[in-house]
Design a protein around this ligand. Structure first.
Ligand code: HEC
Ligand code: HEC
Ligand code: HEC
Ligand code: HEC
Ligand code: HEC
Length: 221
C-alpha cells in the first residue's frame, strides 16, 4: 500500500476529474467532428495566393464573358475541373498583347514547353473525395462553392470546404439547385415570385431525382 502511495502521491487524485473529463469528451469530440466537420485546420476562407502571371477572372470570365468550360474543360466530365494548359491562353495571346511584360512567364512556358506553375487555391486533404461532374451536371453552380469568380482579379477561397459544409448541403441541397444549363452563369438569378422560386428549386430536385448521399464512403473511399 505504502508503495503505491509513493508512486502516486495523494495530489494525483486531483488529476482524476481531469482524466474522467477527457475520457468523456474524446468520444464527444469525434461525434462533434463527424456531425459538424469542425476542425481548426479546415478554415482557409480568404486564401488568395498571388500567381506567377496576373491572370484575371474578372477580365476574362467577367468582362470578356469567356465561359468557365473553355478553360476548365473537364469540369462536366470528371472529378477534376482542370487548369488550362498554356496553349489555351495562346489561342488568343499569340495575337493579343503578344509583347506585354505581364505575359512574359506565359511566353517562356510556351517556348520551353514547360507548364506555368500556378499555385493551388482549393485543396482538400487526400482522404476526402470530391467530384465536380457529380455536382455540375445536377445543377449545382460553381457559384455555390466558389462565389463570384467572374468578379475576382485574384481567385479567393470563399467557403470552408469542411466536412460540415459539405454535409449541410447534402442534407438540404434544394436551394442550390438550378437548370444545369445555367451552372456556369454565375450572375444568374431567378425572375419570378418567392413561391415560383421555391417551385423552381423543387422542380429541379424532382426532375433529376436528387438525393445527395451522407454515407461516409461517398467522400472517404
Ligand atoms: C481563360 C481561361 C479561364 C476561364 C475562362 C476561367 N478560368 Fe478559372 N482558372 C484559370 C486559370 C489559369 C487558373 C489558375 C490560376 C488562378 O488561380 O487564377 C484558374 C483557377 C480557377 C479556380 C481556382 C483553382 C484552384 O487552384 O483551386 C477556380 C475556382 C476557377 N478558376 C473557377 C472558374 C470559374 C467559376 C470560371 C467561370 C466563371 C472560370 N474559372 C473561368 C483559367 C480560366
Ligand atoms: C459542390 C461544390 C463545388 C462546385 C459546384 C464546383 N466546385 Fe470547383 N472545387 C470544389 C472543391 C471542394 C475543390 C477542391 C477539390 C480538391 O482539392 O480535390 C474545387 C476545385 C476546383 C478547381 C481546381 C482544380 C481541381 O479540380 O481540383 C477548379 C479549377 C474549379 N474547382 C473550378 C470549378 C468550376 C469552373 C465550377 C463550375 C463549372 C466548379 N468548380 C464547381 C468545389 C466545387
Ligand atoms: C478568348 C481570348 C483569350 C484567352 C483564351 C485568354 N485571354 Fe488573356 N486577354 C484577352 C484579352 C482580349 C485581353 C486584353 C483585354 C484588354 O486589354 O482590354 C487579355 C489580357 C490578358 C492579360 C493582361 C495583359 C496586359 O498587358 O494587360 C493577361 C496577363 C492575360 N490576358 C493572361 C491570360 C492567361 C494566363 C490566359 C490563359 C489562362 C489567357 N489570358 C487567356 C483574351 C484572352
Ligand atoms: C451546394 C451543395 C453541395 C455542396 C456544398 C457539396 N455537395 Fe456534394 N453533392 C451535392 C448534390 C446535389 C449532389 C448530387 C446528388 C444526386 O445526384 O442525387 C452531390 C453529390 C456528391 C458526390 C457524388 C455521390 C455519388 O453518389 O456519386 C460526392 C462524392 C460529393 N457530392 C462530395 C462532396 C464533398 C466532398 C463536398 C465538400 C467538399 C460536397 N460534396 C459539397 C450537393 C453539394
Ligand atoms: C459529403 C462528403 C462527406 C461525407 C458524407 C463524410 N465526410 Fe468526413 N470529411 C469530408 C471532408 C471534405 C473532410 C475534410 C475536411 C477538412 O479539410 O478538414 C472530412 C474529414 C473527416 C474527418 C477528419 C476530421 C477533421 O478533424 O478534419 C473524419 C474523422 C471524417 N471526415 C469522418 C467521417 C465519417 C465517420 C463519416 C460518415 C459518418 C464522414 N466523414 C462522412 C467529407 C465528408
Amino acid at each position: 500500500m505504502g508503495r503505491y502511495h509513493y508512486v502516486f502521491p495523494r495530489w494525483t487524485n486531483l488529476l482524476l476529474p481531469g482524466a474522467i473529463f477527457m475520457a468523456m469528451v474524446a468520444p464527444l469530440y469525434v461525434v462533434y467532428v463527424v456531425a459538424y466537420g469542425f476542425s481548426p485546420m479546415t478554415t482557409d476562407v480568404g486564401y488568395a495566393p498571388d500567381q506567377v502571371i496576373e491572370y484575371s477572372h474578372k477580365l476574362h470570365a467577367g468582362e470578356l464573358g469567356i465561359d468557365c468550360r473553355y478553360c476548365h474543360n473537364t469540369v462536366e466530365y470528371s472529378a477534376k475541373a482542370s487548369i488550362p494548359p498554356t496553349q489555351t491562353c495562346m489561342n488568343c495571346h499569340t495575337q493579343i498583347h503578344k509583347d506585354s511584360p505581364k505575359l512574359e512567364a506565359l511566353r517562356q512556358s510556351y517556348e520551353k514547353g514547360t507548364p506555368v506553375t500556378w499555385t493551388r487555391v482549393h485543396d482538400l486533404p487526400g482522404y476526402a473525395y470530391f467530384n465536380h461532374s457529380a455536382h455540375v451536371n445536377r445543377g449545382v453552380s460553381c457559384v455555390s462553392c466558389h462565389g463570384r469568380v467572374d468578379r475576382m482579379d485574384v481567385v479567393q477561397q470563399m467557403q470552408p470546404l469542411s466536412m460540415g459544409w459539405c454535409l449541410d448541403c447534402h442534407r438540404n441541397p434544394t436551394e442550390n439547385l438550378r437548370d444545369p444549363s445555367e451552372v456556369t452563369n454565375l450572375g444568374w438569378s431567378f425572375k419570378g415570385t418567392e413561391q415560383e422560386l421555391v417551385d423552381y428549386h423543387d422542380f429541379w430536385q424532382d426532375h433529376n431525382n436528387i438525393n445527395p448521399s451522407q454515407d461516409c464512403s461517398t467522400c472517404h473511399r
